[in-house]
Ligand binder design. Structure first.
Ligand code: ZN
Length: 287
């Protein structure tokens, strides 16, 4: 059993942390790779992690979501994959103490062939490169998140394992309750559990209402031994003054946490727009 599934078995429910990206934007990150701040503004990243520790998170996720060479190349950082990922894990490790550290791995941003140029081998090598740095920095598992394509999920799971990290996978069902690539919740659950992944679920998307329907569908098709995980955005994303905002209050997220627990979701966290305040409200709701 991997460490997160083990913790869920021991505690019943595990509380994750909240957003990193939207917290960095609040702190002044305007453009460029957020991973750069693991080296240039480590105080800010560490402060965000500490906020989640104080709010009651049981594990802390690294600021490495865009840490594959494919994503970092967009900012001319392809030579710095190992450095930026390892620095990210060290910051999370420092704040986490004895809590678990999730090494965040997001999509490469490229399409797999035949739709795009990315090959399964190329994708696996990119994820393995990132995962080796996450492992070296001290991550307990790879948190493969916001995924849309099952082929890319498989490449990420294999890459993480190649580096010695167990994989936890969440996909985003933000296109009429399917991923952007058309995958439905129950089909995702079946395919990812067939890869031997123990903790599976959904993250990001269009807020708690969408996640609730997705997790209901997953809970009705739950394979034996699989632990469900949900990470909802703090409300529905809306455009305001040329940027995306999330209006979900801590009370909205507390209500979401209770609903998830009632559905049998055992790992519950927040995604975009969620802050330590939201996580603290979820902690009280789950107590
Ligand atoms: Zn999100």
């Amino acid at each position: 059993m991997d460490k997160l599934a083990e913790l869920a078995a021991k505690q019943g429910t595990v509380l994750g942390d909240g957003a990193m990206g939207t917290m960095l934007h609040r702190a002044g990150l305007i453009h460029g790779a957020p991973e750069r701040w693991n080296v240039e503004r480590p105080d800010v990243v560490l402060g965000i992690h500490r906020g989640y520790v104080e709010a009651g998170s049981d594990f802390i996720s690294t600021n490495t979501f865009g840490g594959t060479r494919n994503r970092l190349a967009l900012d001319g950082l392809v030579e710095r994959v190992a450095e930026l990922n390892e620095a990210g894990v060290r910051l999370a490790r420092e704040a986490a103490g004895s809590r678990l550290v999730a090494g965040s791995m997001g999509p490469t941003g490229e399409l797999m062939e035949p739709l795009g140029l990315l090959t399964p081998d190329g994708a696996r090598a990119s994820f393995a490169e990132q995962a080796r740095a996450l492992k070296a920095g001290g991550a307990d598992f790879a948190l493969i998140e916001t995924m849309s394509a099952l082929e890319e999920v498989q490449a990420a799971v294999e890459g993480a394992r190649e580096a010695g990290l167990p994989a936890v996978v969440t996909m985003s069902f933000d296109t009429h309750f399917r991923t952007m690539m058309g995958v439905k919740p129950a089909a995702a659950l079946a395919a990812i559990s067939a890869l031997g992944v123990q903790v599976i679920g959904a993250n990001c998307g269009n807020g708690p209402g969408e996640i609730e329907r997705v997790m209901t569908e997953m809970s009705q098709a739950l394979p034996v031994g699989v632990v469900l995980m949900a990470k909802s955005n703090a409300g529905m994303p809306r455009w305001k003054d040329d940027r995306i905002t999330y209006g979900g209050t801590p009370e909205v997220m507390a209500d979401y946490a209770r609903k998830m627990a009632r559905l049998g979701v055992r790992v519950i966290g927040g995604c975009c727009g969620s802050t330590p305040e939201h996580i603290a409200a979820m902690r009280s709701a789950l107590a």
